[in-house]
Design a binder for this molecule. Structure first.
Ligand code: SF4
Length: 306
């Protein structure tokens, strides 16, 4: 724990400045500042990964609410009300393809082919409004697979996940626990095409798109899944509880440890989520150190985009 806090400290003070204040106080300052200037803003976005404004923005959108659209509990073969890790409630759906015997080359080839299918997919109405589908990107065998809700404006324009302001903030989160999107992560979304006005995906849309993410997970084989935001948390855990209740809890999805946390855009909008996100990320990092041989670089970060 002490090492993690020191690494967070290093993110704020890369020059090696000496501090006399108690470490906890300094870490509180890290959290309060959102770890860098990116997080201090007036971002208006919610849910989507680009940080763009949305008509459905509501400061309480990460809170449990009765008027949210329902999602199919069977979208990922996860029954509603599934419990946290330890009960293995989120069992593997019978339709999950058996890809366990593939070589790395075969996995990459199948992943590339899958992404090509996504780019021309017409399986749900979201195809009508997209500029580009956003299949996802990253490495095979990542330490962490990040799963968001769906593309936003910038992602739709560029065809890449998390490339807007929220994506830059996500990069800082990864950096804080010694990860980078190009080296040891894979980033994807529940739906691969942008919903109109960044609204929540409809159940039939997330259901239609589910086979793509299911196959991505089977091909990529992440050590841990980090869901960001309430939509992906609800769908992949099957929990009906709000993200404010289940964040930081270890679940299992098809045998893979899964931790829900808040969406970067929600944290940019609401600074009170910074501390719980940091606590969630520390859990992820500790798990990776203890179970996946993760050795964070000295200083706690190897920098985004390296
Ligand atoms: S959201 Fe998914 S299922 Fe719908 S058109 Fe796009 S790729 Fe196909």
């Amino acid at each position: 724990m002490y090492r993690i806090l020191l690494d967070a400290e290093a993110l704020l003070h890369p020059t090696g400045e000496v501090h006399a204040r108690p470490l906890d106080q300094r870490v509180d300052e890290v959290i309060a500042r959102g770890w860098d200037e990116t997080g201090g803003g007036d971002d208006r976005s919610v849910g989507t990964s680009d940080g763009s404004a949305t008509a459905r923005h509501n400061p309480a959108s990460d809170q449990p609410a009765s008027d949210r659209p329902a999602f199919s509990a069977d979208t990922f073969g996860v029954g509603a009300g599934s419990g946290p890790s330890g009960d293995s409630a989120a069992g593997a759906p019978s339709s999950t393809p058996d890809l366990s015997g593939l070589s790395d080359e075969e996995r990459r080839a199948r992943l590339d082919a899958l992404h090509e299918r996504v780019r021309t997919c017409q399986a749900c109405p979201l195809a009508m409004g997209r500029t580009n589908a956003v299949p996802g990107e990253g490495v095979l065998d990542p330490l962490v697979m990040i799963v968001g809700e769906g593309p936003g404006y910038h992602e739709d324009q560029q065809g890449q996940p998390f490339v807007g302001k929220a994506g830059q903030y996500l990069d800082k989160w990864l950096e804080a626990i010694g990860l980078t999107r190009n080296h040891n992560t894979f980033i994807a979304n529940i739906v691969k095409c942008r919903p109109p006005n960044n609204r929540d995906p409809k159940p039939e849309e997330s259901d239609a798109c589910a086979p793509y993410l299911r196959e991505q997970i089977a091909l990529v084989r992440p050590r841990l899944i980090l869901t960001v935001g309430r939509i992906s948390a609800r769908i992949l855990t099957g929990s009906t509880q709000g993200i404010t209740r289940i964040h930081g809890t270890f679940y299992r999805h098809e045998g893979i440890p899964l931790v829900p946390t808040f969406h970067p855009s929600g944290v940019l909008r609401n600074p009170s989520y910074r501390r719980p996100v940091w606590e969630d990320l520390k859990k992820v990092r500790n798990w990776l150190i203890d179970n996946a041989g993760h050795v964070p670089p000295e200083g706690g970060a190897d920098g985004p985009g390296e």
